[in-house]
Design a protein around this ligand. Sequence first.
Ligand SMILES: [Zn+2]
Length: 208
Amino acid sequence: MVPTEARTSEARDRGAASGGVLVTSRVQVGVRVFALEDGERSAVSKEWFRTRLDHANRLFDAIGVEFVVASWQPLRVASAAVDTRAQRDDLGAATTHQGLVDVYLVSRLTDVDAPPTEIRGVHWRLRRNTSQRWVIMSAISGPMVLAHELGHFFSLPHGVEAASIMNKRPRNTPPWEERVFTRREQTAMVAALKRMLDSGRLVPRKTR
Ligand SMILES: [Zn+2]
């Protein structure tokens, strides 16, 4: 069920300022992070993840969603180099992905369609049960990749609008830090959020 509490005027103003669609509630979504322990080869730091989560939160503010780290879970070193579809499956196959978003931070993520090219992130569905899905981020991923993959998690395909963070076409304008979810994309994400809350796929941590 979608929370119906009205947004504060401050939150409403913030949403309007960022070009947000009309949202009537705010939702905190938990993120469970699977990462190598500090000191392990190619480990990324919590600060590294925080900058990416902050950028995602700036963009998702337009639809009233805030991601918060629910927990850090250890990732086995043997799982950290992800080159094949089977390895992408193996990352999350033993876990039930329900209530929150699971993000795996790996040292290497290979383009399974064009190895050995590396990619920066992917929204992945377990092949034998595609309702089970998660985000995989490589250590080479830049500050906008998490927001882009979370866009996929919220149902978005790749976009064509220049302003869209979902548009992968190389371009100089707008610069990456000004790319956003467009109004059209925000509308689709609000609908996806409602579906995920109604089904229990996402369970809000708290609303305000
Ligand atoms: Zn993509």
